[in-house]
Design a protein around this ligand. Structure first.
Ligand code: UDX
Length: 439
């Protein structure tokens, strides 16, 4: 059965969720306070790059089941209200800024009716849901809160939303929990029919599932990057090491790619917010390792800068360096906490003339870092370069022809910040190939 849903907050998570829910047959109103974003979304243009999203927006808007608005009153009448606003890092601490969640709930209270369900999707400090539930039931008796975290990855966001690896419901006890379960089961009927595992839990567990999943992924990446640091000292190869340990099914090869580390709008801020919340709970020591995970991660960016400058062998101020990639990962235009943009900026600070490129992220990068030079293509960036530094493993960059590129650079030095190139092929074409944690 199809439902009427609202999605509060139409950033990455919310816009994808709204379009995906409409595709599944529900009627959806997306609410956002940013009028420009709402106008663009109503025309079927996502304000960020996500493969397939514009097409899905256009298709579902045409059916009449999807619409976006700045007016909270338009959310009235929806049975399930998804809360999808951001929880960025506070500027003066590592804690999450929950003011948008608080504001969204405040606005929702004006449109909620008894029996309506608010389904929280935002990543919040554990304990938030219980407090919000009290606030909701005090203002609108009979309205219910569930916590329903998402695990979508940028670049795979539509698939991750419509066919997730698992569903998690954080439910209250008793009858309201039963109503919340039934409504969420209707929302996700297609995924459940396809056999998607469902975990039902209390609020705190549901909140913790999200942050602990991201903490685990960050730890896995920093673990292999720590091995890269050791490999560099003893002349070992971290890529072969990852292949070897990854064959152990208990370890697994995914998220064991050493390089310049993790970035983006989630992993870095989520591990910091988790540490901050654990300290508030008097359990700093339980996640003290996350500070080390963060530190290892940031060291690898610096390591790439040092490797580039050492390989060039002349003063950075005399060097022209091409940086390939600005997005925090391929198939995204997101430059939030991007390791690649950070490397480019550090090289610039060291005095180099940096020419950076990216298939999608130049405009976003330019806003944050107007002092970098930007080129439209890898070839334009690499022309007359003293070194080429690959920082985001876009398919186009992995497929670059080392022979053709050799002809346009000044010095054939390649720093492979993502260990994604065929070192043998680049060396055979005359390049000095420098990987991360590789001989
Ligand atoms: C992440 C989680 O994966 C997702 O489940 C959650 O909902 C949001 O946060 P995302 O931020 O889209 O998703 O990126 P992800 O694919 O996890 O990559 C994060 C970063 O880790 C990227 O910068 C990527 O380049 C880096 N990474 C990933 C590595 O350095 N090595 C790896 O082996 C894998």
């Amino acid at each position: 059965m199809s439902l009427t849903l609202s999605v509060i907050g139409c950033g990455y998570l919310g816009a994808v969720h709204a379009a995906s829910m409409a595709e599944l047959g529900h009627t959806v109103i997306g609410i956002d306070t940013d009028a420009d974003k709402v106008e663009a979304l109503n025309k079927g243009n996502a304000p960020f790059f996500e493969p397939g999203l514009d097409e899905l927006l256009q298709k579902t808007i045409k059916t009449g089941r999807l619409r976006f608005s700045t007016d909270f009153a338009d959310a009235a009448g929806a049975t399930v209200h998804f809360l999808a606003v951001g929880t960025p890092q506070l500027t003066d601490s590592h804690a999450a800024d929950t003011r948008y969640v608080d504001a969204a709930i405040g606005a929702l209270l004006t449109v909620l009716s008894p029996g309506d369900l608010v389904a929280g999707k935002s990543t919040v400090p554990v304990g938030t849901a219980a407090a919000l539930a009290d606030r909701i039931s005090a203002a609108v008796p009979g309205a219910i809160l569930a916590w329903n975290p998402e695990f979508l990855r940028e670049g795979f966001a539509l698939k991750d939303t419509m066919a997730p690896d698992r569903l998690v419901y954080g439910l209250p006890e008793g009858e309201s929990g039963q109503r919340a379960r039934e409504l969420l089961n209707e929302v996700y009927a297609a995924a459940l029919a396809a056999g998607t595992p469902l975990i039902e839990a209390d609020y705190a567990t549901a909140e913790l599932v999200k942050v602990s999943a991201n903490a685990f992924l960050a730890t896995k990446i920093s673990f292999i990057n720590a091995m890269a640091e050791i490999a560099e000292v003893v002349g070992a190869d971290v890529t072969l090491l990852a292949d070897a340990i990854g064959h152990d099914a208990r370890i697994g090869r995914r998220f064991l790619n050493a390089g310049i580390g993790f970035g983006g709008g989630c992993l870095p801020k989520d591990i910091r917010a988790f540490s901050s919340r654990a300290a508030e709970l008097g359990r700093s020591e339980s996640v003290a390792f996350l500070a080390e995970v963060d530190a290892i991660n940031l060291r690898r960016r610096q390591r790439a800068v040092d490797l580039a400058i050492t390989a060039i062998g002349k003063r950075p101020s005399e060097a022209r360096i091409a940086v390939l990639g600005l997005a925090f990962k391929p198939d995204s235009d997101d430059v939030r906490d991007s390791p690649g943009l950070d490397v480019a900026t550090s090289l610039l600070r060291r005095g180099a003339h940096v020419v950076a490129t990216d298939p999608q992220a130049i405009e976003n990068a330019r806003r944050l870092q107007p002092r970098l030079d930007y080129a439209a293509t890898a070839e334009e960036a690499a022309a007359h370069a003293d070194a080429v530094v690959l920082v985001t493993e876009w398919a186009d960059y992995r497929a670059l022809d080392p022979v053709a590129l050799r002809a346009i650079v000044t010095s054939p030095i390649i720093i492979d910040g993502r260990n994604c190139l065929d070192a043998g092929a680049w060396r055979a074409a005359g390049w000095t190939y420098v990987g991360m944690g590789r001989r």
